[in-house]
Ligand binder design. Sequence first.
Ligand code: PMP
Length: 428
Amino acid sequence: MTTTAVRATRALDVPAIRRDFPILETIINGHRLVYLDNAATSQKPRQMIDALVAYYTSQNANIHRAAHTLAATATERYEATRQKLARFIGAPSPEEIIFTRNTTEAVNLVASSWGLANVHAGDAIVMTQAEHHSNLVPWQRVAEATGATLTYLPIDDGGMLDLNAAHALIGPRTRVVAITHMSNVLGTIAPIAEIVRITREKAPGAIVVVDGAQSAPHLPIDVAALGCDFFAISAHKMLGPTGVGALWGRRDLLEAMPPFLSGGSMVGHVTFESTTWAPIPQRFEAGTPNIADVIAFGASIDYLDALGMDAVRHHEREITAYALATLRARHPALTFYATDDTNVRGGVVAFNVRNVHPHDVSELLDGRGIAIRAGQHCAHPLHTVLGAVATCRASFYIYNLNEEVDALSEGLAEVEKVFARAIARPQA
Ligand code: PMP
């Protein structure tokens, strides 16, 4: 007889989590903050804030240089975050983790160092229609500089990547496949492992670059299992401070890449005539890095680890399902842009209220202390595909409660009252 180990997913203790986030007590326009703009940036737990303050209060020193105790401690703690992050995303080695400022810089690093050295005229760079500008504009620039062509894999009516198109459009000329893991507008999750499999089969010389800005905070990540070549993240979306991101890359690729930025800390030996490069990861971390924020990011990873990413994902599926069911049932004037299936989507929900500009919706909600985002969310081409000038976006995280979804719904009822005449007209 075989036994199947069933691992029950622990439910998050959301009230206890909320006590770790001081900002959630803030009063906005006379109401307690309802923060539903987590896709833009997450709020911060006391543990991360304490780590940041502790660093500047009692640990501040430059790293990788002096031999004194303070410098050694700071270096150790900075490197400890690299190890934690490697473990958190399933990277085979901490040396394959490069700290950057954010996802944007991580993608620029790959585009500039790998792209400009390896992409040639006539090659194809394949992206998707759902890319954030961060994983689109750097590749447009590589195409412009090299003469490569740009191809965009289409999404279907449910906001899911069309895999048939991937089979058809990824081919021998493809040199780069750059793809977002979770859309920051639709919340849909791309089948990365499948895209990697297609790429390896059809375009053996191509790299697969994954924009993990929205997935790393919300899904368990295992880059080795995904099989991709590069994976980019931002700390500020996963309980960490602003100003820190990371790029994971395969060792053989990183080791063969020229530097991105150059100067101190990234060299082997320098003469007046020439310079040799330091081994990875130092080769890609020129100058004094963001020591304090990297160390504080370590506390955020500890926090997520303690919750367990399976539990984080479970909570988000539940609240997203509740939000979609509630909003659809109570607000027939709302349009949604992606599938409701929480097996393939996360907690980013884009919508529009018929004939009402998203900025007006957002402003009325703000009057009730509810923070959502209105606009194009750094995804202009995707909005063209959706046929929407802009969208409202509510996005959830570990501290959000169903009652905050109810507050959103009550706020939308007010929007419907204020704009009743516009909503009663046919869709403009
Ligand atoms: N990609 C996606 C999918 C995002 O949601 C974001 C942030 N909105 C980014 C990239 C860019 O992140 P950052 O601004 O931290 O570089």
